[in-house]
Design a protein around this ligand. Structure first.
Ligand SMILES: [Zn+2]
Length: 333
């Protein structure tokens, strides 16, 4: 076989995406399907089937592959390759590494999807283009998370949870509770899942009289339990006054969050992905770029959207497959 190939898999809340890729990050085949969650072994079976399909399409044997990299939302036991009570998957534990390695007889490796994002960016995205030795990838989607490469070294931390930046505190008044149970965390205010909570809290503080004159009222016919992040950003785009005011507040908290990231990791480059940021770049990005300098001690890095878009985790899974298959040559660990 002339070129080195690996499989990258990205397990999201509802879908499983996979690619067969070469070492330069070219996707030769890709597939996407809904994840099955009836049995704890369903997802590993799906990954095995996916790899078999890719091998058939490429007319190769599984043994020809360098390995399988799997990026997933956590929490997880990375070394054991097991998801533990994963968010959005109604199972206590999802073993991946062992059943896949046993069946396929090639190395399989599990990594937090935010950390995978940093690897994807470093190896195949803007980190590669800038030759950045210090970079952070920030995902702003359902939640807020990150992955950091410092001095060319990927930070993993205990159980692979090194850059839980979404749980940095941005509100010392602790007005909103986070999904993790603590209060005042960045993600509790600015993530796709929690922006509606922030809106409802601000509505009660601002007064419903003003809210009733806003598009935010009209879009849900006054039923504020129905409001979601997508409707909110629609109202901002339509230049609704209240929506824009709240967008500025969220932008200011995002700037504080990014300021913390910069002072913690001293990156020369930060790239941003995740559905909230990717779909609303013109609203989310400018306040961060404009205000972050008010909060930092370290040098201001370049801050931009990831050019790898929603595939950044898949690229990271591919990078993980290639690097973990030969630890002695790994540039990160
Ligand atoms: Zn939290």
């Amino acid at each position: 076989m002339s070129e080195s190939l690996a499989v990258g898999v990205d397990i999201g809340g509802t879908n499983l995406r996979g690619v067969l890729a070469n070492e330069t990050g070219e996707f030769l085949f890709r597939e996407e399907e809904k994840i099955n969650t009836e049995d704890k072994n369903d997802i590993s079976r799906q990954v095995i089937k996916l790899v078999d399909d890719f091998c058939e399409s490429a007319e190769i044997e599984a043994n020809d592959l360098k390995g399988i990299g799997i990026a997933s939302t956590g929490p997880m036991k990375r070394e054991e390759g097991v998801l533990i009570e994963p968010t959005n998957i109604p199972l206590d534990a999802v073993p991946l590494k062992k059943p896949i390695e046993k069946k396929m007889n090639i190395p399989a490796s599990l990594i937090n999807d935010c950390i995978a994002g940093a690897m994807g960016e470093k190896e195949y995205g803007m980190g590669s283009e800038r030759d950045a030795e210090n970079l952070v990838y920030v995902t702003m989607g359902t939640g807020i998370g990150g992955g950091a490469i410092v001095d060319n070294h990927l930070l993993l931390g205990e159980s692979g949870n090194a850059a839980e930046i979404g749980h940095f505190t941005v509100d010392p008044e602790e007005r909103l509770e986070c999904g993790c149970g603590k209060k005042g965390h960045w993600e509790a205010y600015c993530s796709g899942k929690n922006i509606p909570n922030y809106l409802r809290m601000r509505f009660s503080e601002i007064g419903y009289e003003r809210v009733q004159n806003s598009l935010l009222h009209d879009l849900v016919s006054g039923d504020y339990s129905e409001i979601d992040a997508r409707l909110f950003f629609d109202a901002v785009r339509k230049e609704d006054g209240l929506a824009n005011q709240i967008a500025e507040e969220i932008g200011s908290m995002n700037a504080i969050g990014f300021g913390n990231v910069i002072d913690a990791y001293a990156p020369s480059l930060i790239t941003i992905g995740g559905s909230v940021a990717l779909k609303n770049e013109s609203i989310v990005l400018p306040p961060i770029q404009k205000q972050v300098k008010d909060h930092i001690r370290n040098l201001e890095p370049e801050i931009m959207m990831t050019p790898l878009k929603e595939d950044v985790g898949l690229y990271g899974a591919v990078a993980e497959a290639f690097t973990s298959s030969n630890q002695s040559e790994s540039r990160y660990l």
